[in-house]
Ligand binder design. Structure first.
Ligand SMILES: C[S@@+](CC[C@H](N)C(=O)[O-])C[C@H]1O[C@@H](n2cnc3c(N)ncnc32)[C@H](O)[C@@H]1O
Length: 271
């Protein structure tokens, strides 16, 4: 059963605008893992729960063909609107039912998405479509993100903690699966050759506007917005003004250090 949390066009538009590309360090880890375990040629990668295509586009230069798959038509429509990747296509579909032959896929990725999949259905389908020595790379980040600006790092984190508290009633249990860094899913993968990297901290400088925009993409924020639009809007306004006050800035273009702690589950199908 698939959770349908990402259907709205306005949510998909926010995704295109504010979600991050996978960082270079993580992309290198994935490509090196596939190279070490299976080796070239890299013919087909499927990016499952592709959203608006951030990971699909990053994979495109390394593969003959990349297909992004997402259950949400709105997300796929936004992804398709970005042109310039002739070997990249998108399909509406689910990670539990992949329209590809047995043993045809080199790499399956899921970025901030595998926690939404049905564990058994997805694993069965991954086993079927992967080539021998084909690989899985399931990555994302938990909810421990850190914001710093000069001397007021702690205050900024309190602002984020307050936002999380207010969104708690709207947080799907699926999000908690991501916060465990996919521990259960990792344990359920039947391939003996697998590993789970729990901490890949990535630091970037982001404007206050981008950080608050990123928060706006959270499924729990969108659930809050549906339930109580004025309270949800006020929460983001309050979050923005608290950050600006603490960093003593007036413009939302002001940059803040932002650290996301990624994780990655790797697995390689036996011969
Ligand atoms: C948090 S978003 C991540 C999107 C993108 N990969 C990224 O990193 O920004 C999760 C995506 O998974 C999709 N999704 C949820 N369940 C799915 C399933 N069973 N099969 C395929 N896509 C699914 C949602 O529609 C949504 O676009």
């Amino acid at each position: 059963m698939t959770d349908r949390m990402f259907e709205e066009r306005q949510h998909a538009a926010l995704y295109q605008k504010y979600r991050f590309d996978p960082p270079d360090q993580l992309k290198e880890l994935i490509i090196q893992y596939l190279d070490k375990k299976k080796g070239k040629p890299f013919q087909l990668a499927l990016d499952l729960g592709c959203g608006t295509g951030q990971t699909s586009r990053v994979l495109a230069p390394y593969f003959q063909q990349v297909v992004g798959i997402d259950v949400s038509e709105s997300q796929v429509a936004e992804a398709k609107a970005i042109k310039g990747f002739p070997n990249l296509t998108y399909r509406v579909g689910t990670a539990e039912e992949l329209p590809f032959p047995d043993g045809s896929v080199d790499l399956l990725t899921a970025s901030s998405a595998a926690h939404w999949f049905d564990k058994e259905g997805f694993i069965k389908e991954a086993q079927r479509v992967l080539k021998p020595r084909g690989c899985l790379a399931l990555f994302g980040y938990g909810d421990d993100m850190t914001m710093y600006h000069e001397s007021c790092g702690e205050q900024l984190n309190h602002i984020y903690e307050d936002l999380k508290q207010e969104l708690l009633p709207y947080t799907s249990t699926r999000v908690n699966v991501a916060n465990t860094k996919l521990k259960d899913l990792f344990e359920a993968i039947p391939f003996p050759d697998k590993e789970r990297i729990e901490h890949i901290p990535i630091k970037q400088q982001l404007s206050v506007k981008s950080i608050v925009g990123f928060m706006e993409t959270f499924s729990m924020y969108q659930a809050y917005l549906r339930a109580d639009p004025s309270a949800a809007t006020a929460l983001l306004e309050r979050t923005t003004s608290r950050i600006l006050k603490d960093i003593k800035a007036s413009s939302t273009e002001t940059k803040v250090d932002f650290i996301l702690d990624y994780f990655c589950v790797f697995a390689c199908k036996p011969e």
